[in-house]
Design a protein around this ligand. Structure first.
Ligand code: COA
Length: 168
């Protein structure tokens, strides 16, 4: 078995990876993870204050005692939630962790009774592999655009909207 497949099996078998709700003690690490990609223009920065305020929306992936990935699920409206701030650290990419974090967010949305989950992303192929469909950004409700006000790209937005429906 290839090393990559072995790690995937370990991850899938839950041998050393723990997907759990975020805690106060994770905030620094979440901030570092997000900032490492935001500095490369791959996602939006989240301040410490913003992460504390929205900590209950965050799920983290923990491996060998350290947080290696994070993902937030924010409710937008009665029928729509957003996956935000999905990040897996460089050293742990391609081990199935991103997929597990997204699946955890989808399960959470299903439990809450929210039938559709979308993301704005520069990685649409990753989301398509998980059953999301690319849609025109303009089809999403106006409430989605509150983050745009603090985004440096604003009118030059290069993010692609992906959505997954019928979660109930
Ligand atoms: C995108 C990201 C979350 C993927 O996480 P990951 O843990 O490396 O992905 P996984 O190992 O779970 O991959 C699941 C599947 O998607 C594929 N995949 C991973 N990244 C991909 C990408 N960028 N494009 C296309 N497919 C991708 C994997 O090959 C795997 O396919 P398989 O099931 O057929 O083997 C991670 O690369 C990341 O943090 N990127 C930077 C931040 C970012 O862009 N986040 C999204 C913002 S919404």
């Amino acid at each position: 078995m290839k090393r990559k497949d072995l790690i995937k099996d370990l991850v899938k078998g839950g041998c050393y990876l723990n997907i759990r709700s975020a805690k106060i003690s994770d905030v620094n690490r979440i901030n570092t993870l997000i900032s490492s990609y935001a500095e490369r223009d791959r996602m939006l920065f989240r301040s410490m204050a913003d992460i504390y305020e929205n900590l209950q929306t965050f799920t983290v992936a923990e491996a060998d005692g350290g947080v290696v990935g994070c993902c937030a699920l924010e409710i937008i409206w009665s029928d729509l939630a957003e996956i935000k701030s999905l990040a897996v650290d460089d050293a742990n990419k391609d081990k199935g962790i991103g997929k597990m974090l997204v699946n955890a967010a989808l399960e959470q949305a299903g439990r809450l009774g929210v039938p559709r989950v979308f993301a704005l992303t520069l990685e649409p192929d990753f989301f398509e592999k998980l059953g999301f469909k690319v849609v025109e950004k303009e089809t999403l409700p106006m409430k989605v655009w509150s983050d745009c006000a603090r985004c440096p790209k604003q009118k030059n937005c290069d993010e692609i909207a992906v959505i997954k429906s019928k979660l109930k």
